[in-house]
Design a protein around this ligand. Structure first.
Ligand code: JEH
Length: 399
């Protein structure tokens, strides 16, 4: 990935040479270049600002140095590619931009070229954005609802958030799996040695080795913290949060549920079919009868909210293992922890003798794989099932 930054304070961007970013730069994964906007001024005072039309406080950045600088950078990027290439993305930090999010960072991490334009004063002459749109995909982006003096600090934050998502840049890819907020909840608190420090102990439960209890405790901590610190995250989906789901909302599926279960299954597996370029998946080729027949072979649970079927999971004994399958959540309710809740529900119904829970998922189902990994599953193998690459996962249960 190549990143160009235009600023009247290029020295402000020196931290980009340090740490994680600096190392990846040495390894050729990243090419970060800071440019001085004043290199593209034409008057003898190298001026970059002027008074605002219509009056008002402060100064505004003149358009011409930006046009020259943006053209020079775009020419240079184009010169390094032969033939067709993606339009580079121009990110302009501004207090009135679209909010920068983890989702946006992940999307930008896929781009081969990013250009950042750091304004100062009251901002950049508006016509520059329209001009830049001829060669760039332009995004005006804000870090948050507070006022900075210029775009440089915002660029440092955004570049750090983006670059750590570029494959190979962070040493430990596992640590990317456990991203904050993935299910709309804040992280649980963490502790390290010593067990008692300045009269303060580590929560007892963390010293017991009871992983199921620790898991529950951490989940409760996440709920408490989110409610206390982020009422916005909390209220957004509160009515359908897993803790609001009660065991009473789950029932073993009856033959009469087959039609509805078929509908939900197909709605959920269409995405799976798309991700694997295969609509031959068994889940996409069921009939009401085949669903009804499977109810005899598996214990199938369905989750309802106000009468609507919103999720399902099934399980059966397979040798000494508890095999879980068809974990589905209605597409409009995914990403709220409902799938995780159903998974734990199915795990908790494993018969006494079972030591291991196993399941299978499509190798391209990144979201599913992430969720299973966070739930303690490890990949134990891979195979191909009807032309679809499949991962085998397992988790030991401690009793
Ligand atoms: C600030 C780029 C270039 C200061 C004030 C005004 C706000 C109402 N999250 C962020 N905050 N600030 C920036 C940013 C990002 N990303 C940011 C920048 C520049 C980014 C110049 N400045 C300084 C600046 C005008 N005020 C904007 N208004 C919403 C509180 C009041 C007026 C413009 C530019």
């Amino acid at each position: 990935m190549r990143i160009d930054v235009l600023s009247i304070f290029p020295e402000y961007l020196a931290p980009l040479d340090l740490s994680l970013i600096g190392k990846s730069r040495e390894r050729g994964l990243l090419d970060v270049r800071a440019h001085n906007l004043r290199d593209w001024t034409t008057d003898r005072h190298n001026s970059v600002d002027d008074t605002p039309y219509g009056g008002g406080a402060g100064m505004v950045m003149k358009p011409e140095p930006w046009a020259q600088g943006l053209d020079a950078v775009a020419d240079d990027i184009a010169g390094n590619h032969q033939g067709d290439h993606e339009r580079p993305i121009l990110i302009v930090p501004g207090p009135s931009g679209q909010r920068f999010t983890q989702k946006m960072a992940a999307e930008l991490a896929q781009a081969p070229n990013l250009v950042f334009a750091c304004g100062r004063y009251e901002g950049i002459d508006e016509r520059v954005f329209d001009f830049a749109a001829q060669r760039y995909d332009v995004r005006i982006v804000s870090l948050g609802d507070y006022v900075l003096n210029g775009g440089e600090v915002a660029v440092l934050a955004m570049v750090e958030a983006i670059v750590r998502l570029v494959p190979g840049v962070i040493g430990n890819q596992e640590s990317l799996v456990e991203e904050s907020h993935e299910d709309g909840l804040l992280e649980y608190p963490v502790y390290t040695k010593p067990a008692v420090w300045r009269d303060r102990g580590v929560p007892e439960i963390l010293l017991t080795g009871n992983h199921a209890a620790i898991h529950t405790w951490r989940h409760e901590q996440r709920l408490e913290r989110t409610a206390a610190r982020r009422p916005d995250l909390w209220s957004a989906t509160q009515s359908l949060r897993p803790q609001r789901i009660e065991s009473g909302d789950v029932q073993t599926a009856q033959p009469a549920d087959a039609g509805e279960l078929l509908t939900l299954t197909v709605a959920c597996y269409v995405a799976e079919g798309r991700d694997h370029d295969s609509f031959g998946l068994p889940a996409l080729n069921e009939t009401t009868d085949s669903v009804r027949e499977a109810l005899a072979e598996w214990t199938t649970w369905v989750l309802r909210s106000q009468g609507r079927m919103i999720g399902s999971v099934r399980a059966r004994l397979s040798g000494h293992d508890w095999e879980i399958g068809r974990l589905i959540v209605a597409p409009d309710l995914q990403g709220q922890g409902i799938g995780r809740w159903l998974l734990e529900f199915a795990e908790s119904h494993a018969p006494e003798q079972v030591r291991s829970v196993v399941l299978f998922t499509g190798a391209n189902s990144k979201r599913n794989l992430t969720m299973y990994r966070k739930a303690g599953y490890r990949v134990t193998g891979a195979s191909e099932h009807l032309g679809v690459p499949t991962k085998h996962l397992a988790k030991r249960i401690s009793r």
